[in-house]
Design a protein around this ligand. Structure first.
Ligand code: TRP
Length: 339
């Protein structure tokens, strides 16, 4: 039997997941899981979430279950994937300490993802040290499972580059090829990022412009009817723009009837097609996609104990794998004095 690939990925539990997460990475994870070619590890990154929420641990505690429900709802299957909780795997922290010595503060300062986040969160000089070094803990997450593949949104590429540098550095210095260099696995071009309902480039909880995987049918409909379209399209007869029109951007990503979408686009550009009609159609499309997800979510939500049991079992398995990698790393570094 040929050896399977391994993938590892995860999310910080700071709230429920939305359809931006779905197209950005959840869909790919389910697809890789179901391909049968991978051994999947899906991690709820609560330790990482605490790096900028140390004073609000209840938020992380509460979101842990929400994210687990979202995972199960989209079809991540505990029979096929190991679902784990980062804080329950002590080897990850220990690996982080080893890797911290292989990277400079200057290099961390240049990480574009962290740089952007520090700006967004307005940390300035008061960025928590744990937050600043989270790319290193992410390298620990990936390498602990010897993952060669990391399905994430394209904003995570700088994290992967940093992980590869740490792996190369480790393998060079300690002369053993224990650690594996990971590759990102990204959504198809143009399909991986959806704007917010308000047309903002990013969908996020803080911008209040998201559709959540757990939203009920009415909420989805209201949100769709409120979406940003084309401010120059005032009267139905006016020619409208489809570029930058959030409704059409969503249709391109979620729609299945390409001929119908092409037709609607032509009519809209020509004039004579109102926003209400295209929104109603998008609503149909989204409801069809999200209904089975919401129903599965509700089933699991009715039995939180079973969800915690899944996470506990997954974390136990993950612990064994990560402990084995740590054992090899300690041996390579030479700190296994007592065997
Ligand atoms: N940084 C990811 C997020 O923003 C979560 C995460 C933690 C992760 N460790 C990871 C993703 C390792 C991929 C691989 O939610």
């Amino acid at each position: 039997m040929t050896q399977k690939h391994v993938f590892l990925t995860g999310d910080r539990p700071t709230g429920k997941l939305h359809i931006g997460h779905y197209v950005g990475s959840l869909k790919n994870r389910v697809q890789l899981q179901n391909s049968g070619d991978y051994e999947p590890y899906i991690m709820i990154a609560d330790t990482q979430a605490l790096t900028d929420n140390a004073r609000d641990p209840e938020k992380i505690q509460h979101s842990l279950l929400q994210v687990a429900l979202d995972y199960l709802a989209v079809g991540l299957d505990p029979q096929k994937s190991t679902l784990l909780v980062q804080s329950q795997i002590p080897a990850l922290s220990e690996l982080t300490m080893v890797y911290l010595n292989l990277i400079t503060v200057a290099r961390l300062n240049r990480n574009p993802t962290v740089k952007t986040e520090i700006k967004q969160k307005a940390f300035g000089e008061s960025v928590p040290a744990g937050f600043f070094i989270y790319p290193v803990s992410q390298a620990a997450d990936i390498t602990a499972f010897k993952a060669d593949t990391v399905p994430v949104g394209d904003d995570q590429e700088p994290m992967l580059e940093q992980t590869r540098e740490i792996v190369r550095s480790f393998n060079n210095i300690y002369g053993q090829k224990i650690l594996v260099e990971p590759e990102g696995y990204f959504p198809p071009k143009g399909q991986g990022r959806i704007p917010g309902l308000d047309g903002n480039a990013k969908m996020s909880k803080s911008l209040n412009n998201a559709i959540y995987l757990g939203d009920d049918a009415d909420t989805i409909q209201k949100k769709v009817m409120s979406m940003y379209t084309d401010p120059t399209h005032v009267h139905v007869e006016d020619p409208g723009h489809i570029e930058g029109n959030t409704v059409f951007t969503y249709l391109d990503i979620f729609g299945t009837d390409q001929a119908k979408i092409a037709d609607l686009k032509a009519q809209y550009q020509h004039g004579g097609l109102g926003d209400v009609k295209i929104k109603r159609y998008l609503n149909e499309v989204l409801q069809a996609e999200l209904k089975p997800i919401r129903e599965r979510r509700e089933q699991f939500a009715a039995d939180p104990a079973s969800v915690y049991a899944i996470l506990k079992k997954g974390s136990e398995k993950a612990n064994q794998v990560a402990a084995q990698t740590l054992h090899e790393v300690r041996h390579a570094v030479g700190v296994d004095y007592f065997g």
